[in-house]
Ligand binder design. Structure first.
Ligand code: NAD
Ligand code: ZN
Ligand code: ZN
Length: 344
């Protein structure tokens, strides 16, 4: 079968590989669509030894069951499903609570992270990772599994502070951010301030219903402050889907006393939190800082329900598998609006 694989750090290329077979408890899925997540660029940029090489990338997958392995109940050829990408140990305290994204044994285990992913015609996944998607378009189902699930989980973590009438700053309106914005609109009554460097992303944010859009830049903090009020007031919640130094500096300068920063993006910035007695604190007092990771299977079930109810829709740009490397180049240049989705 055709696959697109990381064959060396920074190298993504086409390969012809044997079609894998479903082992006991597993399912062979014909990939219907796979989202190009910015994390794949971080995986490609990681030094040798962090991720398996060679490895087929792609952790945002939807497809159709082709064959089922021994002992698989409840799934048959032809069934359409989205893939929950995390593989926890299944036995630790967190996994037993259904929080596989907090597994105490396998820190970042998953399809397309620690074993072959979905940038291929077929992928083998444990049957327990599948969730039904009904007749949903595959290019809509795939982005739900990460671009939808990760912001949904972050919003769940922030939910106690997302009271009606509060304000939430959303930084980075890309794959995750444009879904996060819709999740806020569908499940809260907060005032949303969308921030991005890219005007096309801000246009999308406005179309989706953000109450205010702010161009990222040197005066962004002042512009956001005009909307959320001067310190010690500010934004109740900041969702940072970038995680670069300028966005973290913005986040800590606009968050309210007692507010919360959710640091989702992995762009490598540093958020200082150490208070010093005779200096203004780097973050306001009582600020909560959370570093969310992906989400739970139960949350993905809810994300799919939100989409099937017509409340969550990925803005997608599709590419054939033959053009997957070009899709990632476009993502790196910042030329993708919403989510790039690859259709094998
Ligand atoms: P994306 O490239 O689709 O979107 C990023 C958006 O941020 C773009 O709209 C871009 O214009 C904007 N941006 C970039 N620099 C900016 C700046 N300085 N100020 C304001 N906006 C800026 O990326 P994505 O797929 O949505 O992923 C976003 C980040 O989240 C990545 O770092 C990714 O690795 C990470 N991620 C984390 C998790 C997790 O579980 N924590 C899960 C998935 C993705
Ligand atoms: Zn991802
Ligand atoms: Zn575990």
């Amino acid at each position: 079968m055709r696959a697109v694989r990381m064959t060396a750090p920074g190298v993504l290329e086409h390969a012809e590989v044997p079609t894998p077979q479903a082992g006991p408890g597993e399912v062979l899925l014909r990939v219907g669509a796979v989202g190009a997540c910015h994390s794949d660029l971080h995986i490609l940029d990681a030094p040798e030894g962090v991720f398996p090489i060679p490895m087929t990338l792609g952790h945002e997958i939807a497809g159709t069951v082709d064959t089922v392995g021994a002992g698989v109940d409840g799934w048959s050829p032809g069934d359409r499903a989205a893939v929950y990408g995390i593989i926890g140990c299944g036995r630790c305290r967190a996994c037993l609570r259904g929080e596989e994204n907090r597994c105490r044994v396998i820190p970042v285990g998953g399809i397309g992270l620690s074993r072959d992913g979905g940038l291929a015609e077929y992928v083998v996944v444990p049957a327990s990772r599948l969730l039904p998607v009904g007749d949903m378009d595959m290019t809509q189902a795939a982005p739900l599994t990460d671009a939808g699930l990760t912001p949904y989980h972050a919003v769940e973590l922030a939910r106690p502070r997302l009271r009606p009438g509060t304000s939430c700053v959303v930084i980075g309106i890309g794959g995750l951010g444009h879904m996060g914005l819709q999740i806020l609109l569908a499940t809260t009554a907060v005032r949303i301030i969308a921030v991005d460097t890219n005007t096309a992303a801000l246009d999308l944010a406005g179309r989706l219903g953000a109450h205010h859009v702010v161009q990222a830049g040197p005066d962004a903090v002042d512009k956001i402050r005009e909307l959320v009020g001067p310190a010690p007031d500010g934004a109740d919640v900041v969702l940072d889907f970038v995680g670069a130094q300028p966005t973290l500096d913005t986040a800590r300068q606009v968050v309210a006393t007692g507010g919360q920063i959710l640091l989702v993006g992995l762009a490598g910035g540093t958020l200082p939190v150490r208070p010093v007695a005779d200096e203004p604190p780097p973050v306001p007092l009582e600020t909560g800082v959370v570093v969310p990771f992906w989400g739970t299977r139960a949350e993905l079930h809810e994300v799919i329900a939100l989409a099937r109810a017509g409340r969550l829709h990925a803005d997608v740009q599709t590419f054939p598998l033959a053009e997957a490397p070009q899709a990632y180049e476009a993502l790196r240049r910042g030329d993708v609006r919403g989510r790039a989705v690859i259709v094998p």
